[in-house]
Design a protein around this ligand. Sequence first.
Ligand code: NAD
Ligand code: SER
Length: 320
Amino acid sequence: MKERILVIGAAGQIGTALLDALIEAYSRDAVHAADIRPIEYGGPSYRMDITVPASVTEVFRKVRPTQVYHLAAILSASGEKDIHKTWAVNVDGYRHVLFHCRDFEVKRVFYPSTIAVFGPTTPKENTPQDTPLLPQTVYGMSKVSGEMWSQYMYAKFGLDVRSLRYPGVIGWRTIPSGGTTDYAVEMFYAAIEGKTYRCFLDRDTYLPMMYMPDAIKATLQLMEASTEKITLHYGYNISGTNFAPKDLEASIREFIPDFRVEYRPDYRQEIASTWVRSIDDSVARRDWGWKPEYDLRRMTEDMLMHLQKKFNSSIPEPIE
Ligand code: NAD
Ligand code: SER
């Protein structure tokens, strides 16, 4: 059967990178992009507001998707500024999409969960797959609900929803906004532009992070895995690389020795402090063979190389 893949929330940080990967794996014609915002995309694209069921129906009728990647959400820091809208988009919007997937007989659905499902009662080091989830943000609460809806739709209706708990994702294509882990991308951009970076997290805040190519690889690997390998339909823990702002600063300074960071923690520090420091992803490794490729140094080198091209700047060789 010819695949028709619908990416919802395609104009965002992960969506932009995922579109390219899906086009490479399938074809431009097979990949349909939807978002509430305008999308810069050469393939078929649609305006869709997931909080409005009729808007979701209109796009599903046009595309008749075989696979759906549901990325649309309001992230952690923005989420605290309008908690009702966050719930409406992240939970009610997702529910609308899920029931459309059931009714339009979509074969596979991807749902991105997050390390924000964890909270102060979760073990902070090597966080297990099954562990207390008592998040302190509405974003985190909404993603716990999303995980439960994912599992429910599988158990009740056989809808094949697959999900990852992404760490903080770092990519060079766009500057993200609204997230607590966005500091890392902002730090790279400041470094390449020759600016001092004012970091909104404390220098010692360790968090699980992941470079975009690993996040995309995990997403496609999970979606392509054969049915019998998938043992859970809520979020799989996946780990990339764990670091604190001070480690990223030092890693960038190996390439740009003059780079400086000032630490001015704000309200986002309170959010980050409730999250965990490292993740046990042994279930994902066992079930569908997950293995990350990028550590901090390799990611830094690749990020700077891409940003250098983007800004047409030059970066000295790293100091050995
Ligand atoms: P993003 O904010 O860059 O993109 C989200 C997209 O959703 C935006 O383009 C936005 O316009 C769209 N959207 C918002 N409301 C909508 C609505 N009502 N209808 C349709 N579209 C709407 O976020 P991202 O970083 O690309 O994240 C994608 C997904 O991955 C999200 O679900 C997020 O929770 C999850 N996630 C991201 C990270 C990360 O570090 N980026 C980490 C963990 C999980
Ligand atoms: N990286 C996301 C955020 O900071 C977590 O899902 O909101």
